[in-house]
Design a protein around this ligand. Structure first.
Ligand code: PMV
Length: 338
């Protein structure tokens, strides 16, 4: 639209279009699954992969259109209002007081593999909310963005703990713990704390290439927990102990001790039934190649594992993961934080 023309009734004078926003992937360092049962977990942003959203003006009268070149999918929001992203856009615009459909084209690109444990869904949703906030010229805090993404994940992904949306929206390593529901029925907000990391943490990530929706292993663990509550309470408590120790060790920089904890966390995840043969093979290969520790990361049954490495073992671990069948190997360094 040229500057001299009045805005079309469908095109509010909100944005200086186009607007762009992005969000990183994430890695759960330890505590996945137990975090669903109010135990703590530690997660870090993964900046090597990210989701990007752009909002441009559309032809007047077109309404809101989506284009996801990675997934080769395009749709009109009005034609698919129940789609999770359509719904998130509708709810976010309504939250900003925009109740009509502006003529905008939303393009979503992501380098984060879906259903792999790297937080693809949370990153796309976070980038989308950030882009819509920029379009509507609304300032949102990280906590507000996280809450909006969490509401969307709750609607479409079962019983998420909230760790993914939190670490992605805050973009910093976090300690995350949900609190149990109060007798009044209210759920208090989770504890979200920054953590200290004494020295650079070098990780190698191996992708099994097996895509597994988070809610499947989460649902299976819930069934098993209900069938054997004492056994599963004890497994979740053991994972919580590891996470508490990991937090202390992260602050000291003793990566040999941290590696041992991560490998113990993997053994517990095997016991709760969320590992798989490809994940175990990659974990085994990384350890045999000299990694200080290795474990699956995320929901399991597929997706990724991570290995803690040193500069000396980094190349051999990468090679070993490739040889053991990893479809993609990424390197990530978590910077020290005091
Ligand atoms: O696979 P992801 O990245 O969605 O991680 C899931 C983490 C779980 O603890 C298994 C579930 C959750 O909601 O915290």
């Amino acid at each position: 639209m040229s500057r001299n023309q009045p805005p079309h009734p469908n095109q509010p004078a909100h944005g200086n279009l186009p607007v762009l926003a992005s969000a990183p992937g994430k890695l759960i360092l330890c505590g996945e699954h137990a975090v669903v049962y109010n135990r703590p977990a530690i997660a870090v942003p993964l900046n090597g992969v990210s989701a990007h959203v752009s909002i441009e003006s559309n032809r007047p009268g077109t309404g809101i259109t989506f284009d996801t070149p990675n997934l080769r999918r395009r749709w009109l929001q009005a034609a698919a209002p129940d789609d999770p992203l359509s719904e998130l856009v509708g709810r976010t615009l309504a939250h900003f007081g925009i109740t009509h459909d502006p003529a905008i084209k939303i393009t979503i690109n992501s380098t984060i593999p879906i259903a792999s444990g790297m937080g693809s869904g949370a990153a796309v949703a976070t980038a989308l909310v950030r882009a819509l906030a920029a379009y509507a010229k609304v300032n949102l805090s990280s906590a507000e963005i996280s809450a909006m993404v969490y509401a969307s994940e709750q609607r479409f992904h079962g019983t998420p703990s909230g760790i993914d949306n939190t670490v992605v929206a805050f973009e910093q390593p976090i300690w995350f713990q949900r609190h149990p529901q109060a007798p009044t029925g209210e759920t208090p907000p989770p504890a979200i704390e920054p953590i200290t990391i004494a020295a650079p943490l070098a990780l190698v990530i191996g992708d099994t290439g097996v895509r597994s929706a988070t809610k499947l292993p989460v649902g299976e663990v819930r069934k098993r927990y209900q069938a054997e509550p004492e056994h599963y309470t004890s497994l979740m408590d053991s994972i919580a102990l590891i996470v508490h120790q990991a937090r202390l060790i992260l602050a000291t920089g003793d990566w040999v001790a941290l590696g041992t904890l991560l490998t113990s966390n993997h053994a517990l995840l095997q016991q709760i039934g969320v590992s798989s043969r490809p994940l175990d093979q990659l974990v085994h290969a990384a350890l045999a190649a000299g990694a200080l520790g290795a474990k699956l990361s995320g929901a399991g049954w597929g997706g990724i594992m991570l290995a803690l490495v040193t500069p000396a073992t980094n190349p051999s671990v990468i090679k070993a993961l490739q040889k053991a069948g990893a479809t993609r190997v990424l390197e990530a360094t978590v910077a020290p934080i005091s």
